[in-house]
Ligand binder design. Structure first.
Ligand SMILES: [Ca+2]
Length: 264
């Protein structure tokens, strides 16, 4: 009996050893990557494998002589390009040309793309508007009518009657805005308009000066800010107007105004 018991114990041990030997192999096999299945290739209609004419224009509204960048990269099959700018200047065969327009107007821009052996072509048309930026309103968002010591700007007890003058640096007081009489902090924001309705922005730095109107005729100067052509080009685009936001601290107070302009 003892002999049989020992034999059975040995057989069980053998099974255990075989199981332990086989386990790492089974685990190793289970970690192996399954045989790769071919990837499903989907060609979306009008995707990169289709000959398409498409392009972007970084500045579709510009002033004369400002550079516009055109970019066409949407179609792998498009290997040659023909850009027509319709402003009397030569066509371009670059994929991403840049140019400026030297006169105002609407210019249809046509791109034609060709495949490698030029057996196929596709065209697309868009446009560039070349005009002049015009300021039509200025929003006075915040302007404390006191100086650094807290004393009111108003010098003749007529109250803080705020207006702006704006112009190019060479003639910085050229245009005057409407006057907001007796303005108080709780009145902001206030909108200022100009007698000339809109102000064309010439290609130079511009200055906005703020005044308090006094009955004596000796209006109080309350600060100024200037903006460059680069700043106005970086304005936030919006419909129907574009906004140049100007915030600065001067004479102890925070000034916050928005210049609203449009291209025409
Ligand atoms: Ca006043």
């Amino acid at each position: 009996m003892l002999f049989l018991h020992v034999q059975r114990k040995k057989a069980t041990m053998k099974k255990k050893i075989l199981f332990l030997l086989a386990l790492p192999l089974a685990l190793a096999m289970s970690c192996q990557k399954p045989a790769p299945t071919p990837k499903k290739t989907t060609k979306p209609p009008g995707g990169a494998d289709t000959l398409r004419a498409c392009f972007t224009i970084d500045s579709p509204s510009v002033c004369p002589y400002e550079t516009v960048h055109f970019k066409s990269t949407c179609s792998k099959l498009a290997v040659s390009y023909l850009w027509e700018f319709n402003d009397g200047t030569p066509n371009s065969i670059d994929s991403c040309p840049s140019k400026s327009f030297n006169r105002v107007g609407n210019f249809p821009i046509k791109l034609t793309v060709f495949n490698a052996d030029k057996t196929k072509q596709q065209s697309l048309q868009s446009g560039v508007f070349v005009g002049t930026r015009h300021i039509f309103q200025i929003n006075l968002n915040l302007f404390a009518p006191t100086d650094a010591s807290g004393a009111p700007w108003d010098a003749d007890a007529t109250g803080p009657d705020v207006y702006l003058k704006i112009g190019p640096k060479s003639d910085s007081l050229k245009y005057s805005s409407s006057v907001i009489k007796d303005i108080a902090i709780q009145d902001y924001p206030k909108i200022l308009y100009f007698n000339s309705a809109t102000i064309p922005i010439t290609n130079e730095d511009w200055v906005i000066s703020i005044f308090d109107q006094d009955a004596s005729g000796t209006d109080q100067y309350m600060g100024s800010v200037h903006f460059t052509q680069a700043q106005i080009r970086r304005s936030t685009d919006a419909t129907p107007a574009t906004t140049l936001s100007l915030k600065w601290t001067q004479m102890g107070g925070l000034r916050d105004i928005d210049v609203k302009w449009t291209m025409k």
